[in-house]
Design a binder for this molecule. Structure first.
Ligand SMILES: Cc1cc2nc3c(=O)[nH]c(=O)nc-3n(C[C@H](O)[C@H](O)[C@H](O)COP(=O)(O)OP(=O)(O)OC[C@H]3O[C@@H](n4cnc5c(N)ncnc54)[C@H](O)[C@@H]3O)c2cc1C
Length: 430
């Protein structure tokens, strides 16, 4: 098994970034070249703004090239939890954004003629316990009644038509969800943004953002590892890699490692047996597994196998755990070779919600909690519209953005082992 090798990157060509030095100023500086930053850059450049995307590493280096490529309806939290917390009216708007965000990805892929295997293959959630399956009926009913969105329950005796595994107690299918090759998609966004005249500077780490006024108009001075740049507006799009460059945001983000393995390409018959409808699949646990076939019929299998972000060690350990878990789901893969293993960092806020808005004049969108392919595209695009003068009607801008309980968190996630143990116990008892 080749460790620390991201399968998706073997399928995609990342476009060359903008050469040369940073310009002295831009209308908008965007920190981070993932789905959030690049979709904002594309939308802003199309409206004629001068845009400089500053990326500490390379285009798509963060979660955007490392994820499962599941373009899912809904949010990380259930509709019931959202309604209890925010009321049904705001929850309806949030759920609607989750559907709109998939349409938006589809539209951008089509308009920009991206070759990224986008397909409306639907998703399948599988129940790990009878009690989880029993709860599905109520969720499906609430979602149909309140959001006019139809999901389908698959009882245990019919689950074979959806998945070649007999360990589950049934499932839910949502035909609206989609799959994509994320590295090809993030490359496509970068090419489109560059094509619309946005500039993207790699190996440019933002160190500090200060308010500044230039020629009488208010703005920001952004200090980077390659010099400074002035901007009227700044968007921070650094997700799980948010750092001390934006200390107030860093304190509100919990970085969590998620890991993926992929097998060698499977024979067509075996691939169809494992996933007859080629769905995006995930299970009902807090410590969930997510899996799918890749366009070349590998089984891609991911999970939150370690609660620390990716390092050589966590990838190695996670790959072993994930292989064991994969064989529990699919004993058919006992002798199949694992060819790739990698990890990436998710961004959880303390309320498990996405947040998009402005703090001290600086725009931000983050907190996707593993549900970011479509939502990052959506919030990046929406904030670009807000910066261009549209009203901010993003429902996630209207909710409180909590920091750590009791203000204890200083950006070093010391509580993660405790949180990890907590989720394991929840999985065991719930
Ligand atoms: C293993 C894994 C699997 C996932 N699976 C799914 C899935 O199947 N479906 C789904 O919807 N979501 C999934 N997600 C979540 C999804 O990938 C993210 O929510 C999404 O990619 C976030 O995009 P982003 O542009 O906000 O951030 P990122 O893509 O993480 O980009 C942030 C960028 O900011 C840069 N940066 C950070 N600090 C600085 C700085 N100071 N200066 C300059 N640049 C900086 C980083 O180098 C990085 O490239 C997964 C995530 C992981 C890690």
């Amino acid at each position: 098994m080749s460790m620390e090798s991201n399968y998706w990157l073997t399928t995609s060509l990342i476009p060359p970034a903008t050469p040369g030095n940073l310009p002295p100023r831009a209308d908008v500086v965007i920190v981070g070249a993932g789905f959030t930053g690049l979709s904002a850059a594309l939308a802003l450049a199309k409206r004629g703004a001068t845009v400089a995307v500053l990326e500490a590493n390379t285009i798509g280096w963060g979660a955007s090239s490392r994820n499962g490529g599941m373009v899912l309806t809904g949010l990380k939290l259930s509709a019931e939890t959202l309604a209890k917390r925010y009321g049904m009216e705001l929850t309806r708007r949030m759920y609607a954004t989750s559907l709109e965000s998939i349409d938006l990805v589809e539209q951008i892929v089509r308009e920009e003629r991206m070759d990224c295997s986008f397909s409306r293959c639907g998703h399948l959630e599988v129940a790990c316990k009878q009690s989880h399956f029993d709860a599905y009926a109520r969720s499906v009913e609430v979602i149909a009644r309140e959001f006019h969105h139809e999901l389908r329950i698959v009882p245990r005796n019919e689950i074979g038509s959806e998945i070649g595994s007999n360990i589950y107690f049934g499932g839910i299918v949502d035909e609206t969800s989609a799959g994509v090759n994320p590295a090809q998609y993030v490359s496509g966004l970068a090419s489109a943004a560059l094509g619309a005249s946005a500039c993207i500077y790699e190996n440019t780490r933002v160190q500090n953002i200060q308010r500044n006024s230039h020629n009488g108009s208010a703005g920001f001075s952004v200090l980077t590892s390659r010099g400074s740049i002035l901007a009227q507006n700044v968007l921070v799009a650094t997700s799980g890699y948010t750092s001390r460059a934006t200390p107030d945001l860093q304190k509100k983000i919990i970085p969590i490692g998620s890991f993926i393995i992929t097998t060698e390409p499977l024979p067509q018959d075996l691939a169809r047996e494992l996933s007859p409808r080629n769905r995006m699949i995930f299970d009902s646990k807090h410590y969930l597994h997510y899996y799918r076939l890749t366009p070349d019929n590998r089984m891609l299998f991911g999970g939150r196998a370690a609660f620390f972000p990716e390092t050589k060690n966590t990838i190695q350990r996670s790959a072993e755990i994930l292989r064991r878990d994969l064989i529990e789901v699919y004993p058919q893969l006992r002798d199949t070779k694992i060819e790739h293993a990698w990890g990436g960092t998710l961004d959880f806020c303390f309320d498990t919600m996405p947040h998009a808005g402005q703090a001290d004049g600086i725009y931000y969108a983050l907190g996707y909690a593993g549900h970011g392919v479509a939502m990052a595209t959506y919030l990046g695009t929406k904030l670009a519209e807000v910066m261009s003068g549209s009203k901010n009607d993003i429902p996630y801008a209207a909710i409180p953005f909590p920091g750590a309980p009791l203000g204890l968190y200083n950006g070093k996630p010391w509580f993660l082992p405790i949180a990890g143990a907590y989720y394991k116990v929840l999985d065991w008892v719930s």
